[in-house]
Ligand binder design. Structure first.
Ligand SMILES: Nc1ncnc2c1ncn2[C@@H]1O[C@H](COP(=O)(O)OP(=O)(O)O)[C@@H](O)[C@H]1O
Ligand SMILES: [Mg+2]
Length: 235
């Protein structure tokens, strides 16, 4: 049904924050085309607009101007309710600080989005167990976030983002709070999900060594794309 085409198409994407008399152009006319199935890195100095771009694509914020199509849908035309459904059904989002519910177990945290989608308890259990096994946390299913390491918590967050099989996984500096060993674990996991499940992934990072994982890297500076190293191009 949705053959061909790009997973993400942006044209002149702009986001201006107005604060009193001053304005910040957090995104300043970004054009981008991300093919399906790619693992894309977004890099650039702090304040260059990486999170703003990811928020835009994750439908957590709206562009001030520009065109944005995700998975073949012009998302700028969606109503608030349609945006919520789109996020729930087609997008997975992983935050730097995991954003788990502390009172819920790993399994219950992963459960949430499926429950909201109206899956039966039985179906939910099966899907959750399957994805937690996939991220190597089969024996942590009944642990609370506070009983797990940062790396384990981030794996729960990834499982939660993936449980609805989103077309697009978005991750904003998912390794920022992790040591190198756990970062490698998370990056290997995301890459294997990208390769084996054909998941399109867009990940923000400011660590130079993460580049080896990406098929394409988009470099931002002052809200503009200053360089793009795509799949197959020379290093
Ligand atoms: N809610 C906001 N209100 C005002 N300015 C903001 C807001 N969010 C981000 N900015 C500004 O937009 C620019 C880009 O921020 P951000 O996308 O968070 O950068 P990065 O993720 O690359 O560090 C920065 O100058 C930042 O101060
Ligand atoms: Mg950021």
């Amino acid at each position: 049904m949705r053959s061909g085409g790009n997973m993400i198409r942006g044209e002149g994407l702009t986001r201006i924050y107005r604060m009193g008399a001053s304005e910040v152009r957090a995104l300043d006319g970004v054009d981008l085309n991300i093919p399906r199935g790619e693992f894309v890195g977004v890099m650039g100095a702090s304040g260059s607009g990486k999170s703003t771009l990811l928020h835009m694509i994750g439908l957590l914020d709206r562009p001030t101007a520009g065109v944005l199509e995700i998975d073949g849908v012009d998302v700028t035309r969606l109503s608030e309710r349609q945006r919520t459904l789109f996020r729930l059904n087609r997008l997975g989002y992983v935050f730097q600080d995991y954003a788990l519910v502390p009172e819920l177990t790993a399994q219950e945290n992963v459960y949430l989005p499926s429950k909201v989608r109206g899956m039966s308890v039985r179906e939910c259990n099966l899907v959750c167990q399957d994805i937690l096994e996939r991220v190597g946390l089969k024996d942590r299913m009944n642990f609370l976030p506070g009983e797990m390491s940062g790396g384990e918590q981030q794996r729960v967050a990834i499982a939660r983002a993936l449980v609805n099989r989103p077309a697009l996984l978005l991750a904003d500096e998912p390794c920022a709070n992790l040591d190198t060993k756990n970062s490698v674990l998370i990056l290997d996991l995301i890459r294997s999900l990208n390769r084996e499940l054909g998941q399109t992934v867009m990940m923000v990072s400011h660590e130079e060594w993460h580049r080896q994982y990406f098929d394409r890297v988009i470099f931002l500076r002052d809200g503009k794309i200053v360089d793009e190293v795509g799949a197959g191009s020379a290093p």
